[in-house]
Design a protein around this ligand. Structure first.
Ligand code: DQA
Length: 146
């Protein structure tokens, strides 16, 4: 069975009430459930993890080695600051898809740089929940290609 780990970073546990004009009204649970349905349709297994802590995300990536064939990650604010998460992903041997709900290129200048992108096979941004579903689909097909 193909296995995908979905990682969400800081403040994404607040989706639904957090700046809904930017991030929408759906909660993280809504997004995770939609990903589970998508995964079931594709015949892949997913596990979802959210943390507000950089170190916990690094540990989750390290533990994914040998257990998950791909990682879909929205590192949230850590995208723009975390060499540690980038390094953990560079050491990970499966496919990596980076997702952002908002279009990070249309917002503050500092959001335009993502360190994590250096470790990603693909990046999807600006499509809200749909971006996660496309990421699951892309991850599943990258696994098949490898
Ligand atoms: C985000 C974009 C980041 O710049 C921001 O810090 C987030 C969410 C997004 O999904 O659009 O927390 O990753």
């Amino acid at each position: 069975m193909r296995r995908i780990l979905i990682i969400n970073g800081p403040n994404l546990n607040m989706l639904g009430t957090r700046q809904p004009e930017i991030y929408g009204r759906e909660t993280l649970a809504d997004i995770e459930n939609a990903c589970r349905n998508k995964a079931a349709g594709l015949g892949v297994e997913i596990e979802c993890f959210q943390s507000n802590g950089e170190g916990e995300i690094v540990t989750a990536v390290q533990r994914a080695r040998g257990k998950f064939d791909a990682i879909v990650i929205n590192p949230a604010a850590y995208s723009h600051t975390s060499v540690a998460i980038m390094d953990a992903l560079l050491a990970y041997d499966g496919a990596v898809i980076e997702v952002h709900l908002s279009n990070i290129h249309r917002r503050d200048e500092f959001r335009r740089l993502s360190y994590v992108s250096k470790a990603a096979d693909g990046v999807i941004c600006g499509l809200g929940k749909q971006g996660y579903l496309l990421a699951v689909e892309a991850a599943a097909s990258l696994i098949d290609r490898e």
